[in-house]
Design a protein around this ligand. Structure first.
Ligand SMILES: [Zn+2]
Ligand SMILES: [Zn+2]
Length: 350
């Protein structure tokens, strides 16, 4: 094995990424070294690529980015007991401290000392990644590799969608990006009555339909949600809202459209200072729940179970490239109309 590897590196505090040779990361006693097979590009990676305000505040170059991946274990540390060389795996991208109040209470998703793979430490857009054993997730039989590469955002979708019981409920999802589409697929699969997905881009809504045919998509520049009520046999409003757009107007429209006592899970990042009519929340007895990450590791269990049970996300993958063509992948992401974009790393070993 050579001492260095290919990786996509944010080397300077400006837009773009470099394909570089970097040292292969060391596998300490508690770690697992994973040979990366495929990665997916996340909205977070796009923020880092474009070097926006968020990146300026949160990213310290040089950094290997990327946190959505599937790979195979090639080395385990001396203290590792549950993972073996050869295992097909992915990994939870939030590395928690293990000793804060939430961690010790078993609420690892709420750890305030979380370090993000590909954000605060080197990530997966590389031939190899090293993460602690406790973050490694073994893949069960029957779960396709390409889908495993989507497990990080799929986890956001599953965790948000299943935050409140949705069997028989009318569910409104705002934002038809990949996570919104995955959440719609989960809500449909898990027995919601109506699943309504909104966006302002036709291409995204068309993609949503190709992944989950049996939902009602709404281009809010052309149709009003209120006008759909008879078609959907709804009389009062939506029971469950999943806010995935980060748009202030979508959030406010969702608040307007909820049943009294309705429940909203918020995953999209809103701009600082975003306003809502608080009295609609107070008088409407609404529950607003902020969501971050994935429940460790119950969400991972559920994702694999959903895929094994037949939930198919494969039409969501719209682009596949060799990692050397990463620029094409980021261009597809920057178009705003792509689904998930996969980069293949196996060609590094040809
Ligand atoms: Zn991601
Ligand atoms: Zn902690």
């Amino acid at each position: 094995m050579s001492e260095s590897m290919y990786a996509l590196v944010k080397s300077e505090r400006k837009a773009g990424l470099e394909l570089s040779r970097v040292p292969i990361p060391e596998c300490t006693a508690i770690d697992v070294k994973i040979e990366v097979i495929k990665t997916a590009i996340c909205g977070t990676d796009l923020h880092i690529y474009n070097w926006d305000e968020w990146s300026e505040l949160n990213i310290k170059p040089p950094l290997v980015i990327g946190h959505e991946y599937v790979g195979r274990v090639v080395e385990v540390g001396s203290m590792v007991s549950t993972i073996e060389v050869g295992d097909l795996v992915s990994g939870e991208g939030h590395i928690v401290c293990g000793i804060c109040r939430n961690c010790r209470a078993g609420r690892r998703v709420l750890c305030p000392n979380t370090k993000g793979v590909g954000v605060n430490r080197d990530g997966a857009f590389a031939e190899y990644i090293v993460i602690p054993e406790q973050n490694v997730v073994k893949i069960l039989p029957g779960v396709p590799e390409d889908i495993v590469a989507l497990f990080d955002p799929f986890g956001n979708a599953v965790y948000t969608a299943l935050m409140f019981p949705l069997v028989g409920e009318d569910v409104l999802i705002t934002g038809a990006g990949p996570i919104g589409i995955m959440a719609a697929a989960v809500a449909r699969f898990c027995g919601a009555r109506n699943v309504v997905l909104t966006d302002i881009m036709t291409e995204r809504l068309e993609l949503a339909h190709s992944v989950v045919p049996d939902i009602r998509t709404v281009d809010t520049t052309k149709e009003k949600l209120r006008d759909l009520m008879p078609e959907l046999k709804m009389t009062e409003g939506f029971d469950i809202g999943l806010e995935m757009s980060g748009s202030a107007s979508a959030l406010n429209e969702m608040i307007n459209m909820m049943i009294t006592g309705g429940k909203i899970s918020m995953l999209g990042f809103q701009k600082a200072g975003t306003g809502v009519d608080w009295n609609k929340i107070v008088m409407g007895s609404l529950t607003l729940r902020g969501v971050y990450g994935r429940d460790m590791f119950e969400t991972w269990y559920k994702m694999q179970a959903l895929v094994q049970a037949g939930l198919d996300l494969s039409p969501l993958i719209t682009h596949r490239f060799d990692f050397r063509d990463f620029e094409k992948g980021f261009a597809a992401m920057n178009s705003g109309t792509s689904g998930k974009v996969l980069l293949d790393w196996t060609c590094a070993r040809d």
